[in-house]
Design a protein around this ligand. Structure first.
Ligand SMILES: Cc1cc2nc3c(=O)[nH]c(=O)nc-3n(C[C@H](O)[C@H](O)[C@H](O)COP(=O)(O)O)c2cc1C
Length: 339
């Protein structure tokens, strides 16, 4: 069957998403800088990192000011004439708190979509009954999704695992149906790995294909999409409406343009260094220089890998305490390379 191109638009409730290659939510990473970077390389939508509905409801300052910050450029009108879509991911198991948090997200960020995290396997989240633990309590999951829609008046999407343990191929599938049919959820982002395996192992794309066939709403696929070939193969195999890049896009925004057919081949060293420089500037704008220096330590290895993976450069960068020191390390490595 001929599939629409990954670069073609699709409908998410009343919103036209300009293409089918999206940035997945990434906790501790997916702030506005990373989302904007993905959009500069063509991502059709970029979901925020997960944000606690309780923290939003109680007005936690760091959450409301920093984590919910949306940059005006994220809404820029693309060449297709479509405005950038802002999607904020919330987690939490209490419908009343979710209703209030979703309303506040809309009021403070003017988001277009509320995405709900029902897939996080991390004990800190799942122990409270949120994230992947929602698979065990589908009635509450449906109530939470309904409340998010009522509070915000926005389309709600839900990101889900296939099950809690390997071999469970029904709980995610069944919950996806209930969320769409009973709570009016606009799309399901499906990660066909069990919560137990976290991010390891091969995702079950056959199960994703079965969900696509039966669900009366678009399915977005996430999991194992690390190269352009992975993406095209999984997109063709499953019939999903869109794909979400996660680990494959860390320090690798070029993957978006490659998948969208806008470029071929690896970035040059100059391109990688210019991109890291852009990320440093933007992170300083977001967090201020002292915190930016520490925050970016986890980013450096991704860019060093793109540069060919020099261990001494990787560890020198990770030992830096501030941006100026990291820039000095990069400049020194550059002059060695040019000598
Ligand atoms: C560091 C990291 C942070 C993540 N944070 C979130 C999150 O905040 N919300 C969420 O729904 N999924 C989160 N995920 C899951 C990803 O969005 C994605 O579904 C998963 O990594 C599978 O895709 P991949 O195999 O292509 O990496 C995270 C994954 C990683 C590796």
């Amino acid at each position: 069957m001929d599939r629409p191109g990954l670069d073609s638009p699709w409908q998410l409730a009343h919103l036209t998403v300009p293409n089918r290659v999206l940035l997945a939510p990434l906790a501790g990473i997916g702030n506005w800088c990373v989302r904007l970077q993905a959009k500069r390389y063509g991502a059709g939508m970029a979901v925020s990192e997960m944000v606690s509905s309780f923290a939003v409801h109680y007005g936690n300052e760091k959450t409301c000011v920093e984590m919910l910050r949306v940059h005006p450029e994220e809404r820029a009108i693309g060449q297709d004439g479509l405005a950038g879509i802002v999607s904020v991911q919330l987690f939490g198991q209490d419908p009343d708190v979710m209703r209030s948090a979703a309303a506040r997200v809309r009021a403070t960020t003017d988001a277009d979509v509320i995405d709900l995290n029902m897939g996080c396997p991390v004990p800190k989240v799942a122990k409270t009954g949120a994230g992947a633990a929602m698979l065990k309590d589908p009635d509450t999951a449906v109530a939470v999704a309904r409340a998010a829609g009522e509070g915000s008046g926005l389309p709600v999407t839900v990101k889900l695992r296939s099950g809690l343990v390997p071999g469970d191929t029904t709980s995610g599938y069944d919950l996806a149906h209930r969320l769409v049919e009973e709570a009016g959820v606009a799309a399901i982002a499906f990660h066909p790995r069990s919560a137990k395996v976290q991010h390891k192992g091969t995702p079950d794309y056959d199960l994703a294909a079965r969900l696509v066939e039966s669900l009366p709403a678009p399915v977005i696929l996430t999991g194992g999409l690390h190269t352009a070939e992975d993406v095209v193969r999984a997109y063709e195999h499953t019939g999903v409406a869109a794909v979400m890049l996660a680990r494959g896009a860390l320090g690798n925004p070029w993957l978006f343009s490659e998948v969208l057919g806008q470029r071929a081949g690896e970035p040059t060293a100059d391109e990688v260094l210019a991109e890291l420089d852009w990320m440093m500037d933007r992170t300083v704008e977001h967090l201020g220089a002292p915190r930016a220096g520490r925050f970016l330590r986890k980013f450096y290895p991704w860019y060093v890998d793109r540069l060919g993976g020099d261990n001494s450069l990787r560890s020198a960068l990770q030992q830096t305490d501030d941006i100026a020191a990291a820039r000095a390390v990069l400049a020194a490595s550059r002059s060695v390379a040019l000598a």
